[in-house]
Design a binder for this molecule. Sequence first.
Ligand code: PLP
Length: 317
Amino acid sequence: TCADWYRAKTDWDVPTERVHSIPDVLKGLEITLQLFAPKGGKVIVPTPAYMPFLMAPERQRRELVQVPMQQKDGRWVYDLDAIDAAFADGGEVLILCNPFNPIGRVMTRDEMLAISEIVDRHGGRVFSDEIHAPIIYESRAHVPYASISEVAAGHTITAIAASKAWNLAGLKCAQIVLSNDADVAIWEEDGGFSGHGASTLGVIASIAAYNTGQDWLDEVIDYLDGNRRLLAEMTAELMPEVKYGMPEGTYLAWLDFKETAVDCDLATFFRETARVALVDGGACGEVGERCARFNFAMPRPMLAQAIEQMATALRAI
Ligand SMILES: Cc1ncc(COP(=O)(O)O)c(C=O)c1O
C-alpha cells in the first residue's frame, strides 16, 4: 500500500518488494548509517533541523556537520556551496527532510537535482525523510528525492510513514524504500533483522491509512490550511514584529522572534508567561536561535487562544 500511495500521489513507480516495514523513521536513519553508509564519515544536516537529526549522528559515533539553510527573498534555500564543502571535508551522508520539519519547505525538483549532482560527485549518500509527504498544501506537490534520476536513486535511502498524516505514531510502523540493486543486496543480507520491530497493529493501521484514508486526510489538510492562514493573519495583527512564512507542507510553523524583546529560551518564556508549549529554535540548530517551532495542528479556537496569549505575553515584556 505504501508503494501504491507513492504511485498514486507522485510519479515514483516504486517496486513493492523494495518497500520494507520498520518500527519508525528514526530507526530508518539508524539503519541507513549502520548498513548503507558504513564508512563512519560525517553526517551533514541542513538546519534548522528536526531535533533528533542533531543527536542521531553522535549516537552512531559520527560527527555532525550543521549546514544552515539560507533565506533568499523570505524563502529558505539550501546552501549548495556549504553542502559541497561538507562532503569535501569528510561528509558521508546528507539528511534531507522533505517536507522540511521545522521550516515547512517542500523541495522542488531543481533543488534536488542540484543536490544530487553534489552528492554524486563526492560518492555520498542521502537519507530522505519523507514522513510529512502526505501533508502538503494546494499548489505544491511531493517529489520523492529518489525519483528524480537514476543517480539520486543510486545513492538514496528513503523513509516514510503514515504516522504523521494519520496520527499513528504510537503504533510503531514506518517504511524504508530501497531504490537500487546494490542496496537491495545489502538489505537481503542484513536488513531483515534491522527492520524487526514494526508492530502488527501498526502495519494494519498503515495499510488502512494508505488505502482508504485519503478522503479523511483531505479534510484534515483543508483544516490545517485554515490554521496556517489564521496563524498568518493573527500574527500580522497581534505580533507584527514576529516573522512567519506559511509552510508549504507539514503542520509546523517557524516563528522568528529576532525583532522582539525576548532574548531567553522561547519554550520556557511562552510556557511560563502564555501557557503555550513550543520548541525553542535553538534545539533545531544554531541558526534557529531566537526562533521557535510551533505545532498548529489543533482545534482552531485553541490556536486563536494560543496566539492571543503569546501576543499578550510579548506585550507585557
Ligand atoms: C521529520 C520527522 N522525521 C521523523 C520523525 C519521527 O518519526 P518516527 O516516530 O517514525 O521515528 C518526525 C516526528 O516528529 C519528524 O517530524
